[in-house]
Design a protein around this ligand. Structure first.
Ligand code: PEP
Ligand code: MG
Length: 926
């Protein structure tokens, strides 16, 4: 597949040879659809100038293909580029009635980057290109403003020497002091000497002198004269922008945002317009709707007598566009609506047209030069989760978009923002993490650190937030984990015990934080060079896996939640795949229903031994595990039966009338052997054995590799009485519910199957027990099914055979990933980060389904399974069931449902709807 894509792109590139696209004067060579070739900025400039005939300063775009050529050919350009640029510059000169390099009427241009996907601030921009010793007098004569011209010149020297002469030339500044910093320092000194705070207050004479000093300094520091030829400046700037595609910042950003490195950037050369020509000039940034809360009012800021970089630099407080844009800092400042009513009206009309045209919220940049409005940029605006949901619903109501598009307007990540408590982004941006681990349970948590479960419980009882720090967690920690606001472990992977449980509860959790130096006995932990003791504050960002010193400000869960239900209802109206939850208790089931689950896709029986009131059943389970013979085991099994039946019954009841898939026990035996001496003694006593025998039996349970050991259905094969008891608990629970008039259709699921014969044997037991229960309880009719998990590659490969005996498949992708990669899911912390860092793997396969490898096994199993049984019900219950990309994969493969932890159900509902929406839109566009 990868090969095919490469060929296609190469062919496409060979077909196009136009390298420069002009825009301006009501015309454009390109249009808004040409983002691949012209970049986002270039394509939208063309659309604004050509299609919408908006006031766009004339210019041209050099394509992204030229960037690719530049990097593939030792930083050189295609032969004809020079002539093309010259011809297009002539067009600009004609439209502006100015001339590049002219002594009398000079044209100045800006040179900006613009990739296919927006990479804000990651590449370079150079303004005022074309100002030289020769053109300066002409500019002064034209503008009648010497101060302005020298200010523009000092800006050019500052930007150009930094971006072109230093960065693009690969000069490493001595002592870390780059030329920009040096020149900034000189400017600052001058302002201090003159006693002014604002650049606009520096008189022309002083600026003129400063420019001379600047140029001397550039020569001294960089060893080169500042170029005084307009054409040299232009080509220097173009090269610097292309070079900035592979700058450190840009590469790092692309890695984070998954932007391909071979896309390249376009270069936009555009006539300069000036917002800093006095009180009738201004510059600003605006959004067609409020990006912070989604309100459908024009929203933005502007600065009188300023250039774009002044807005970004944040030196002056910008004024609000209108009354909807003012905040505590700007309420006293005059709005654009008041100061320049005519321009405001024009801008307002333009922003309305832009929204109608692009069918989305746009982020626009504009400049007002002597009262004339110019549009410099428009692009789809970034927004937070609350705003995204509000806008999607509003735009649907306004018929600006259809419902498929509305559903696609909110990313699963944005939806997640609405569902969890989170660290205030402003507070987080101001500090650096002290340690990093794996992001196991999303959201944020802040509180006092504790080192054991009891202390977490005590702290919670005292009404305080606890951050529970453990080396790793085991079932005995469960109460403490529940009580804690956040969990941090030194060991473990994304599907390790702590991660699974925490995610199920929607709890913030970081695992595998191997940088921690933990001393549980002393109750201290050292990270980032600081030692923390019990009661010190830490803040966790479970979405990123980052740990912060102290208590950062938090936002409430569901802040801005009012539209959530309406939006999810819309998503549900499009989705074709069902969404179930992984839930193990009646409380979890009830919770899952609140989040919209349509059944339980995975009820892990052994989880009833974790959590509240679990002491009695856990104790009996331990007796069962440590039984020395069949009689002891049978006794324990009998004792366990009523608890199990009750737990199953209550959970089915909480989920009725939806189906519940009950998985036969798959307990990692070693996890259940008590570690505390007192508990060991108590258990030994109950079993009637001495401590020595106890230790021997516990040692007998020790496995070199428990994940591949005596677990899953292997337990039922060796101890059929355990399967029998579970089947009886399930059927009796269902029978009693049926008699109470509650719908109960149990789905019995066999875990960790590797061969169809395992199913044949277990089904014989299950069916026999079913007949016995029906005879005993005299229920008239009970529907049930027996299916299997597909967790072992062999079962996936032999799916045709397996489907012959199974009523349904549920892909257990935690184990399937573990066994396909041969990566122990509990031990990835020590090597997976390196795999990601070195680019060996693109993503953690335990978080996002590996569609190439594991996905191929699934694809095969689905095809074979459905061939054997066309109506085979197919689901997924591994952690990937809540991961948006994986959900989309499941939709494409024709799954019946996905199942994930309750808190991820809304995300899965959205992801399933988005997969269906994409399919529907693709069909419509055909
Ligand atoms: C799985 O393996 O994907 C699964 C759901 O089972 P467990 O996580 O309990 O092993
Ligand atoms: Mg499993």
């Amino acid at each position: 597949m990868a090969k095919k894509t490469v060929k296609k792109t190469a062919k496409k590139a060979a077909k196009t040879n136009k390298m420069v696209y002009a825009f301006g004067g009501g015309k454009a060579d390109g249009n808004g659809k040409m983002k691949e070739l012209l970049g986002g900025k270039g394509a939208n400039l063309a659309e604004m100038a050509g299609q919408l005939k908006l006031p766009v300063p004339p210019g041209f775009t050099i394509t992204t293909e030229v960037c690719t050529h530049y990097w593939n050919n030792k930083k050189t350009y295609p032969k004809t580029l020079k002539a093309d640029v010259e011809a297009n510059l002539k067009k600009v000169e004609k439209l502006t009635k100015k001339e590049f390099g002219s002594e009398k009427n000079p044209l100045l241009v800006s040179v900006r980057s613009g990739a296919r996907a927006s990479m804000p601030g990651m590449m370079e921009t150079i303004l005022n290109i074309g100002l030289t010793e020769k053109t300066i007098p002409g500019m002064i004569a034209k503008t009648q403003d010497e101060r302005f011209v020298y200010d523009a010149y000092r800006r050019l020297i500052m930007m150009y020497s930094d971006v072109v002469m230093e960065k693009a030339a690969g000069i490493e500044p001595k002592d870390g002091e780059g030329i920009r910093k040096i020149l900034d320092g000189m400017l600052g000194e001058l302002k201090k000497k003159l006693g002014v705070t604002d650049d606009t207050q520096i008189p022309a004479e002083e600026l003129k002198k400063l420019c001379v000093e600047f140029k001397k300094t550039v020569k001294k520091v960089l060893g080169k004269e500042f170029p005084d030829e307009p054409t040299e400046q232009l080509w220097g700037a173009i090269g610097a922008v292309f070079a900035s595609w592979n700058g450190k910042r840009a590469i790092a950003y692309r890695n984070i945002e998954n932007i391909p490195h071979d896309w390249g950037t376009a270069v936009n050369v555009q006539t300069m317009v000036f917002g800093n020509m006095g009180e009738t000039s201004a510059t600003g940034v605006a959004f067609t709707r409020n990006p912070g809360n989604g309100d459908s009012h024009f929203y933005g800021e502007y600065l009188i007598n300023a250039q774009g970089e002044d807005v970004v630099a944040g030196i002056r407080t910008p004024s609000p566009m209108n009354k909807w844009s003012s905040n505590a800092h700007s309420a006293h400042l005059p709005t654009l609506e008041k100061t320049m009513p005519k321009v405001y009206k024009e801008l307002d009309a333009i922003q309305k047209r832009l929204e109608k045209h692009f069918h989305d919220m746009l982020d626009i940049e504009f400049t007002i030069e002597h009262g004339t409005l110019w549009m410099l940029q428009c692009r789809v605006g970034k927004r937070n989760g609350t705003a995204a949901v509000q806008m999607a619903l509003d735009m649907l109501k306004e018929r600006l978009i259809n419902k498929e598009t509305a559903v696609l307007r909110v990313t699963p990540h944005q939806l997640g923002e609405l569902l969890l408590p989170a660290i205030d982004p402003k507070a987080e941006a101001a500090v650096k993490p002290v340690a990093k681990g794996l992001p196991a349970g999303p959201g944020g948590a802040s509180g006092k650190i504790v080192f054991n479960s009891d202390d977490a419980i005590k702290l919670q009882a005292a009404g305080e937030n606890a951050i529970l720090i453990r080396e790793e967690t085991n079932p005995e920690d469960i109460e403490g984990m529940r009580a804690a606001a956040g969990i941090l472990t030194q060991r473990g992977g994304m599907t390790s015990h702590a991660a699974l449980v925490a995610r199920g509860w929607g709890k913030c959790c970081i695992v595998g934080c191997s940088e921690l130096e933990l001393n549980p006995a002393k109750k201290t932990v050292t990270m980032g060079g600081k030692t923390y003791k019990e009661g010190d504050f830490l803040t966790l960002n479970g979405t990123k896996g980052w740990v912060y010193d102290g208590a950062l400000k938090m936002l409430e869960a569901g802040e801005g939640n009012k539209n959530l239900a309406a939006f999810l209802k819309l998503a549900d109206s499009i989705r074709t795949m069902k969404v179930r939850a992984n839930a193990d208790t009646p409380e979890d089931a009830a919770n899952a229903r609140k989040f919209g689950a349509e059944g339980i896709g995975l009820f892990r029986i052994e989880h009833m031994f974790y959590g509240k009131n679990s002491d009695a059943p856990l104790f009996i389970l331990r007796k069962m595990i440590l039984a020395g013979n069949e009689i002891e085991r049978q006794a324990a099994v009998n004792e366990l039966f009523p608890y199990m039946k009750k737990s199953i019954k209550e959970t089915i009841k909480a989920m009725a009338p939806y189906s519940v898939t009950i998985r036969l026990m798959d307990p990692p035996l070693h996890e259940f052997v008590p570690t505390l001496h007192a508990k060991q003694l108590e258990l030994a006593k109950a079993l009637g054995i001495d401590m020595k025998t106890f230790q021997d039996r516990a040692a007998g349970l020790h496995e070199v590799n428990p994940m591949m050991g005596h677990r899953g259905i292997r337990l039922g094969v060796t101890y059929p009485e355990i399967t029998e008891m579970q089947s009886r608990a399930i059927f009796e629970a269902a029978a009693e519910l049926i008699k109470e008039g509650i719908k109960a259709v149990p789905e019995v699921m066999i875990p960790l199957t590797c061969d169809v014969n395992e199913i044949v044997k277990q089904k014989a037991i299950i069916r026999r027990v079913y007949e016995e229960v029906v005879a005993k309880t005299k229920v008239k009719k009970m529907n049930f099914s027996v299916g299997t998990m597909i967790e072992i590659p062999r079962a996936a490969v032999l799916a045709y055979e397996v489907a012959g005996e199974a009523d349904f498949f549920s892909f257990g992708t935690n184990d399937l990933t573990q066994m396909t990669f041969g990566f122990s899911r509990d031990d990835i912390g020590s090597f997976l980060p390196e795999y990601l860092k070195q680019g060996i793997l693109q993503a953690d396969p335990f978080q996002t389904l590996d569609q190439r490898g594991v996905g191929m096994l699934i694809e095969h199993a689905v095809a074979e399974g459905r061939e054997a049984k066309p109506n085979l019900k197919i689901g997924i219950c591994g952690e990937h069931g809540g991961d948006p990309e994986s959900v989309e994969f499941c939709h494409r493969e024709g799954f019946t449902y996905v199942s994930c932890s309750a808190f991820r159900v809304p995300i899965a509902r959205l992801a399933a709807a988005q997969a269906a929406a994409k399919e529907a839109l693709a069909k419509k566009s055909k």
